[in-house]
Design a protein. Sequence first.
Length: 77
Amino acid sequence: MKNAAKDLELFSKHGGRKVINADDVMLLTRRNEALEETLKKELDRMRAAERRGEEQQLKKRGRPTGTGAKGKGKAKV
């Protein structure tokens, strides 16, 4: 486990980051195909759920104000 933690730390430093991300973990699993496939599926599931959550937030907010041709303060010519 210490080796894995050290490898993750080195991967993030090589990427110029101070924080380990999902790409670092996927790089660590590259030699274990079964683990890599399982983690890849879970990551895809999590990202899809995150996108759905963002889409729902956009629907709740509606169209942003100040966009479009018509609106307050616009003079008709």
